[in-house]
Design a protein around this ligand. Structure first.
Ligand code: CA
Length: 240
């Protein structure tokens, strides 16, 4: 039996990333929440700048996704206030395409990254992984299922010893499946997480991409990892 502190330290290092989203446009906020929760993050949303600041400085978040134009305190003031208090909390700004100065000012004030609206949810997921890895120095950069491995930093994918070349979209799709081994992901979840759609475009794009990824991943192996759950979606098998 393992001593309790070993069990505990493993639980801590594998723990869920906690994200605070401060965004007053409720539709965008709920789209972000759904996308981030589907990617496995624990998400709190707030629609007001003053509340957002209070939450950010009093609760143990791993990262804040911060809109700039907000009721109450605006995003840049929140950022400035947090940095004045020397709180080393990663912050990703959501900026408007029409305001390039916001980005420069935001980065000068100590933002870790920014995304220009509108954006694909997969981009935000990738930025969150990047800034939280940077801040914790965590080593969770390789995903593995069976003999399939994916290095999120070098973007190298291997099955056994064989190198697999994927397009960025195929990579994002396989990453989603590998982040949820054994769990079924629906077409709607994959559309949200890989394509950033919060609606069903009525195409078979997910199925087409899954076939492509499957052809590359499972082609030369007896053990087929990518499984179709008819009428529901797809999952990656944890063991054959
Ligand atoms: Ca806003």
């Amino acid at each position: 039996m393992q001593p309790w502190f070993l069990v505990r330290s493993r639980a801590l290092s594998d723990r869920t990333v906690r994200v605070l989203v401060v965004e007053d446009e409720k539709k965008i906020a709920s789209f972000i929440r759904k996308g981030l929760e589907a990617a496995g993050f624990a998400v709190d949303v707030c629609h007001n700048g003053d509340e957002g600041y209070e939450l950010a400085v009093t609760r143990p978040y791993d990262v804040v996704v911060l809109d700039i134009m907000l009721p109450g305190r605006d995003g840049l003031s929140i950022l400035r206030n947090i940095r004045e208090r020397k709180i080393p909390l990663p912050i990703i700004l959501l900026t408007a395409r029409t305001e390039p100065n916001e980005r420069v000012e935001g980065l000068n004030l100590g933002a870790d990254d920014y995304l220009t609206k509108p954006f694909f949810i997969e981009e935000l997921v990738a930025r969150i992984h990047a800034v939280t890895r940077r801040s914790t120095g965590a080593s969770q950069s390789v995903l593995a299922v069976g003999d399939l491995s994916m290095d999120l930093l070098t973007r190298e994918v291997r099955r056994g010893g064989r190198r697999i070349d994927l397009t960025p979209r195929e990579f994002a799709l396989l990453e989603c499946l590998m982040r949820a081994p054994g769990r079924v992901l629906t077409r709607v979840q994959l559309l949200e997480r890989v394509w950033g759609y919060n609606f069903d475009p009525g195409t078979n794009i997910v199925d087409v991409y899954v076939q492509r990824v499957r052809a590359k991943v499972d082609r030369d192996s007896d053990a087929k990892l990518i499984e179709t759950i008819r009428g529901v979606g797809y999952r990656i098998k944890t063991s054959e």
